[in-house]
Design a protein around this ligand. Structure first.
Ligand SMILES: [Zn+2]
Length: 188
């Protein structure tokens, strides 16, 4: 059996930090093959894995890198952006009321409803499946007798990265694709 090699443009490289974790999960850190090769030639990265696809020039032929790792560690000191994707990631893509992880049906719930002064913040937004969201309606957890599995709070970058590592790479990548169109910062 032979598999036709992908075209170079279908060969992005996953970029790992010097500790071999993805540089970022949100979005997943990917470079074009051109950027990846440039970084290889500048000695900024090591090649961890390669595609079958080769590129040629007069002077060399090489397989395109599928995974590269940075030689110098990049420190993420910033706090995570308050986006839909990051809220889902914090909540492990699971409804905080019933635990279901039907990705298609995942929505956001204001724990204290907006009608009762609840704000759109890390501390008041949780992932909820649409049946739970509808069932809870405009009620507080005490009124609805529905409490989030964990009290929501602002995660650190480290925590989000830890969550991200728990998912197979393609899961998050595909999730990101699904969510890209609406992953703007949430309105405060
Ligand atoms: Zn639910």
């Amino acid at each position: 059996m032979s598999v036709a090699p992908r075209s170079p443009d279908a060969c992005p490289a996953l970029v790992l930090n010097a500790d071999f974790r993805p540089l970022s999960y949100f979005p997943l850190s990917l470079w074009s093959w051109q950027d990846a090769l440039k970084a290889v030639f500048l000695d900024r990265v090591d090649v961890v894995a390669q595609y079958e696809t080769r590129v040629h020039s007069q002077h060399f032929e090489m397989r395109l890198p599928s995974v590269v790792s940075l030689r110098k560690y990049v420190n993420h000191a910033r706090t995570p952006a308050f986006t839909r994707f990051n809220v889902f990631l914090r909540d492990r893509f699971a409804c905080q009321y019933c635990g279901s992880n039907a990705r298609d049906a995942l929505t956001f719930d204001h724990v204290t409803p907006r009608s009762q002064g609840g704000r759109t913040t890390w501390e008041n937004i949780v992932a909820a499946c649409s049946p739970c969201n509808i069932r809870k309606g405009g009620r507080t957890p005490a009124e609805a007798k529905m409490f989030p599995a964990r009290a929501p709070e602002r995660p650190t970058m480290f925590e989000l990265n830890e969550r991200g590592r728990a998912f197979p790479p393609h899961y998050l990548h595909e999730s990101w694709q699904d969510f890209l169109y609406w992953d703007s910062e949430l309105e405060p």
